[in-house]
Write a protein that binds this ligand. Structure first.
Ligand SMILES: Cc1cc2nc3c(=O)[nH]c(=O)nc-3n(C[C@H](O)[C@H](O)[C@H](O)COP(=O)(O)O)c2cc1C
Length: 192
């Protein structure tokens, strides 16, 4: 079982923000033959929910609880993003991309990022408040992914249509952990 060390994040460059916002959209026509290189993956995960200052992340979270972890599904396996060490920690040495949904592009795209919330970190709230809080936190991470993808010419779509309970069982999540959304990422098919 092999972890993947990610290359150092490149925090500069990219498209001007207003242009990236102009291009932001959901894309489902993903080229199955085109992989995402490790540098781009490193930058993508950092943009999504990396560390950008002491105790701070690229996306906000209620009370700075940082309860969301990114489970990254690649052809080579399922990994947990460790933003401190800029590492993908291997969880399962198995291609589980297709198991994150039933839409046709799901098993074809090179990267599926599942947002897994550890709701036990959210204390002092009603059950409804816990859900509201963690779905708000989810949305910021997803939008970061959308904007990074717009900037890099990648296609992405946030997906709620996910067999969440089945996946949680396969990944041995504890009852307090919930999969909030999964985001598909890949290169768009060339326009014909
Ligand atoms: C919470 C949420 C759940 C979504 N779930 C899915 C999904 O399961 N499958 C899918 O193809 N698109 C999904 N989408 C993408 C929306 O269909 C898409 O954002 C919407 O049609 C607007 O298109 P746009 O993102 O290109 O502006 C979801 C979007 C959000 C915000």
């Amino acid at each position: 079982m092999q972890n993947i060390s990610l290359p150092e994040v490149v925090r500069t460059g990219g498209m001007p923000l207003m242009e990236a916002i102009s291009l932001r959209r959901s894309g489902r026509d993903i080229d199955p033959s085109k992989d995402i290189d490790l540098q781009t993956l490193s930058n993508l995960l950092w943009a999504a929910f990396g560390i950008n200052r002491t105790k701070g992340r690229t996306a906000p979270s209620s009370h700075n609880r940082q309860e969301i972890e990114l489970y990254v599904c690649l052809k080579s396996g399922v990994y947990r993003y460790n933003p401190v060490e800029n590492l993908l920690e291997i969880l399962f040495e198995k291609d589980m991309r297709a198991e994150t949904g039933s839409q046709p592009f799901v098993g074809e795209a090179p990267v599926e990022i599942a947002l897994v919330s550890d709701t036990t970190k959210i204390t002092g709230k009603t059950p409804q408040g816990v859900i509201e809080s963690t779905y708000a936190d989810t949305g910021f991470i997803c939008q970061n992914i959308y904007l990074f993808c717009a900037s890099e010419g990648l296609s992405t779509v946030a997906r709620a249509l996910v067999p969440k309970e089945e996946l949680a069982a396969k990944w041995n999540l504890h009852p307090g952990q919930i999969i909030t959304l999964v985001q598909t990422v890949g290169y768009p098919l060339p326009r014909g």
